[in-house]
Design a binder for this molecule. Structure first.
Ligand code: GLN
Length: 198
C-alpha cells in the first residue's frame, strides 16, 4: 500500500509522521511518499492534501499538472483527506474571497467554504471537539482555519465547533478545517486509513 502527501507547500512532514503513527496503531505497513511532481498520484492508494496556503497550493498543483491527476483518482474512489487549505481545495464552492481571487478549486466535494472563517484575532487556537466515529473528543488545532458553510445531501457532517461545521465526509473524501497532524493523537489519520479499501 502506498499513501501520498502533496508536498508542494505546507505541513507535509507532519502528515507523513502522523500517518506513520496511525499505521503503527493499526498494525499495518505502507509506504508514505511525498508528491512534488506529476506521475505519482496515479500510483497511490490514498492521498493527503495538507494545510498551507490554498491559493499557492492550488496554483502550483495546476502548474505541475497534479490537479488533473487528483481529480481522476478521486473519481476512481481513492480516499483523499484535505486538512485546512486542503479542505478549501476540495470544495466545489468558495466564499467572496475565493471568487474575487479566482482561486481554482478541485471541486471534488459538494461543500461551500469560508476560507478564513475564524478571523484574524483568532488566527490560532486549540479546542477539544467531538468527532463522529471517535469515542472521545479530539484536540483540534486551528490555524487561520476555514469552515464549511454549506453542503449537499451526500455530505456527512463529522464535527462542529460552536455550531460551525469543521469536518465532513463525502464518500471517499474527508475534509477537516483543523490540523490533526499537529497533535500526537493519530486517531483521525487512523480513521482515514480505514477508508482505504485494501
Ligand atoms: N485559510 C488558509 C487558506 O485558505 C489555510 C490555512 C491553513 O492551511 N492553515 O489558505
Amino acid at each position: 500500500m502506498r499513501i501520498g502527501v502533496i508536498a508542494i507547500q505546507g505541513n507535509v512532514q507532519e502528515h507523513v509522521n502522523a500517518m506513520k503513527r496511525a499505521l503503527d496503531m493499526a498494525g499495518q505497513e505502507a509506504e508514505v511518499i511525498m508528491i512534488k511532481h506529476k506521475g505519482l498520484v496515479p500510483t497511490i492508494d490514498a492521498l493527503i492534501l495538507p494545510g498551507g496556503e490554498s491559493t499557492t497550493l492550488g496554483k502550483l498543483m495546476e502548474k505541475e499538472d497534479i490537479s488533473g491527476e487528483i481529480k481522476k483518482v478521486a473519481h476512481s474512489g481513492i480516499p483523499i483527506m484535505g486538512t485546512c487549505a486542503g479542505l478549501v481545495l476540495l470544495a466545489k464552492n468558495g466564499d467572496d474571497q475565493v471568487k474575487k481571487t479566482g482561486q481554482s478549486l478541485l471541486s471534488l466535494m459538494d461543500i461551500t467554504v469560508n476560507r478564513n472563517a475564524f478571523g484574524r484575532q483568532k488566527e490560532s487556537f486549540e479546542c477539544r471537539v467531538d468527532f463522529k466515529g471517535l469515542d472521545s473528543p479530539f484536540n483540534a488545532v486551528f490555524i487561520r482555519a476555514p469552515s464549511i458553510t454549506g453542503l449537499g445531501e451526500c455530505v456527512e457532517v463529522l464535527s462542529e465547533y460552536k455550531g460551525v461545521i469543521i469536518a465532513a465526509r463525502q464518500k471517499n473524501m474527508l475534509a477537516l478545517a483543523f490540523h490533526p497532524e499537529l497533535t500526537d493523537d493519530p486517531r483521525i489519520h487512523h480513521y482515514f486509513l480505514k477508508m482505504i479499501r485494501k
